[in-house]
Design a protein around this ligand. Sequence first.
Ligand SMILES: NC(=O)c1ccc[n+]([C@@H]2O[C@H](COP(=O)([O-])OP(=O)(O)OC[C@H]3O[C@@H](n4cnc5c(N)ncnc54)[C@H](OP(=O)(O)O)[C@@H]3O)[C@@H](O)[C@H]2O)c1
Length: 258
Amino acid sequence: MTPPMSTFPDQFRLNGRTALITGSARGLGWEMAKGLAEAGARVLLHGRDRARLEPRLGELKAAGFAADAVAFDVADRAAMAAAIAGAPDIDILIHNVGERDRRPFHEIDHEAFSRLIDVDLLAAHALVKRLVPGMIERKWGRLIMVTSIVADLAIPNASSYATAKAGLTSMARALAAEYGATGVTSNALAPGFFATETNERMIASPNGEHHRARSPAKRWARPEEITGAAIFLASPAASYVNGHTLVVDGGVSATYLA
Ligand SMILES: NC(=O)c1ccc[n+]([C@@H]2O[C@H](COP(=O)([O-])OP(=O)(O)OC[C@H]3O[C@@H](n4cnc5c(N)ncnc54)[C@H](OP(=O)(O)O)[C@@H]3O)[C@@H](O)[C@H]2O)c1
């Protein structure tokens, strides 16, 4: 007998799934973590500092959501390995950690360029390598790499960051090709210009005003506007969405003049 079809709202629910959202003490990571918890997932918050994660964890638990936290610097692979070994089985990875270096290309020395590539790109390889075998074994998984529209659209003073994000986009596609038949999907989620804490200074600058005016929406994105896209990619509704880059930028990358 054909199993009954789940209703559309049910296909966006994440009950019974555990999600690790890296870099989720603030900014877009926190918004996505809250959203996934509301959609029913057990959420694992992550950041470098346990003390910064505690209040966030408290907020989720006070709202009645299942949540826990892991703390490690993604540059420290031994700490990453230990934290993942002690964590529950992870079904959904939203890899959201991303550091920036907003200096001109010629001012970034080899060490700084390498370090950013390590944190923003190579750490994803280390993390996926640890998580994907379990996902394959359980025949279900979601890999979601948070990239950026600057992976495709160059802007000044973002060279190492853009290079890393382009690599991450490509890695998401490569993983889709390798694991497509296993029940594991892999996609990139590419934000445009979001008004997170990290961007506060830039928003107030002439550059920030340029980004606002360049957007068809004539405003920066609110951090919570990333959440629906993350829930969608993580959900059963996206079972046949694989190797895709979902852009959430208010139309910036679709337009030349706005
Ligand atoms: N905001 C935007 O406009 C925008 C646009 C395009 C793409 N993105 C991407 O979206 C993601 C989130 O952006 P955001 O603005 O929300 O960033 P954010 O506010 O700077 O948050 C970054 C998070 O990553 C964590 N993190 C940074 N380096 C880490 C490391 N080495 N090890 C472990 N955790 C580390 C931070 O944790 P701690 O608590 O330890 O500091 C923080 O929670 C990033 O990947 C960014 O590149 C953002």
